[in-house]
Design a protein around this ligand. Structure first.
Ligand SMILES: NC(=O)c1ccc[n+]([C@@H]2O[C@H](COP(=O)([O-])OP(=O)(O)OC[C@H]3O[C@@H](n4cnc5c(N)ncnc54)[C@H](OP(=O)(O)O)[C@@H]3O)[C@@H](O)[C@H]2O)c1
Length: 330
């Protein structure tokens, strides 16, 4: 059986390299643009905010905790470029608001940076939280809380910012989902649905805004070493650790670099690493494709990747059985 799969290996390598190396035409220039990053006070959001400031963008970060925002803002100030006279070229704003409170709360909170820097050109819906546990063990309130923070916060923020992009017929919106938004795993029953919901939202919104020249992306980060990930690990069942850990652990800088490159090139699906490539290619479904280099692997590798996925599912199931036995749960 393995011999039958050998012809696909060069195809995978070619497709992976094609996507990484040649899909580089028409890069966006973010100099002087207003980029708003929710959850920009920590982890992936903060690493991404630093990249945008270094590339000359004006950046507004949004989160709840004021101390963390002040600390993040001073880190971002360090990334600003200065003229010989010491003049700063970028503006950095930190805004405190609970995004799950709705559009009015967000409108009020972001009014000042918008009046000072101008309308938002790029919105990155990154704020999120994850807590794990077996379906029957998770606190019932957690299902609602993760839906509110991971999904509804993105709905509210996008509804706050999108109208001005629609008017100006330009802009870019990204939704940060997760690899757990592409596959359902043991222990993620409260988190995964909120990240799947973002995928559905992104697909609908992109179809509506495309005629007005607004670009939409959906991001699928793998396990990333952030304060949020450390927190998620506290109650993570052993089976979940083994399953999600199989894709490796990335730094927030690595993930931010991939997101930045994907946004710069207007990619719809933004993934990280080889597993991210496999999963995004396998789960592209009826989602849009922005270029030949994005579609080619999806068309060529669909059947082969389904076979690989079935092997993974079988491996995942035996890991679950093994953990259940080790914990005397069977
Ligand atoms: N780290 C991973 O392994 C991983 C993997 C896949 C996907 N992701 C996704 O990537 C995104 C960033 O993750 P991360 O690990 O970098 O998280 P993190 O370090 O915990 O940072 C989360 C950020 O979101 C903000 N936030 C949370 N709830 C908020 C709310 N209601 N209103 C406003 N801001 C809020 C937090 O600030 P405050 O708490 O001060 O509000 C913080 O700035 C999340 O959407 C996460 O689901 C992460």
């Amino acid at each position: 059986m393995l011999l039958l799969l050998l012809p696909f290996v060069p195809l995978v390598v070619i497709c992976y390299c094609f996507r990484r190396c040649f899909c580089c035409c028409g890069k966006n220039d973010y100099t002087g643009r207003h980029v708003m990053i929710t959850g920009g006070s920590s982890g992936i959001g903060l690493a991404l905010a630093k990249l945008f400031v270094r590339r000359g963008a004006n950046v507004t970060i949004v989160a709840r905790n004021k101390e963390k925002l002040i600390a993040a803002k001073s880190e971002l100030n360090e990334c600003q470029t200065k003229s010989e006279q010491g003049r700063l070229f970028q503006a950095v704003y930190a805004v405190s608001v609970d995004l799950s409170q709705g559009v009015e709360a967000i409108n009020a909170a972001v009014a000042q940076p918008i009046s000072e820097i101008g309308q938002v050109d790029v919105l990155i819906n990154n704020a999120g939280t994850a807590s794990c546990g077996r379906f029957l063990d998770v606190d019932e309130k957690d299902f609602l809380r993760q839906m509110e923070i991971n999904y509804l916060s993105s709905v509210y923020t996008t509804r706050s910012i999108l109208p001005s992009m629609m008017q100006r017929r330009q802009g870019q919106v990204a939704f940060v989902s997760s690899m757990a938004g592409q596959v359902g795993l043991y222990g993620y029953s409260a988190y995964t649905p909120s990240k799947y919901a973002l995928r559905g939202l992104a697909e609908c919104v992109q179809m509506e805004v495309k005629p007005r020249n607004i670009k939409v992306s959906v991001v699928f980060p793998p396990d990333t070493d952030t304060p949020g990930f450390a927190n998620e690990n506290i109650a993570k069942p052993e089976a979940t650790k083994r399953l999600s850990g199989s894709a490796g652990l990335f730094t927030s800088e690595q993930v931010a670099e991939n997101i930045f490159t994907g946004l710069e090139r207007n990619r719809y699906n933004i993934w990280v690493g080889l597993d991210g490539f496999f999963l995004s290619t396998l789960t592209c479904g009826m989602g849009p494709s922005k270029s030949f280099f994005e579609s080619f692997p999806q068309v060529m590798l669909g059947g082969f990747l389904r076979f690989v996925a079935l092997c993974y599912v079988s491996m995942f199931n035996s890991t679950v059985y093994q953990c259940e036995r080790e914990e005397n749960r069977l």
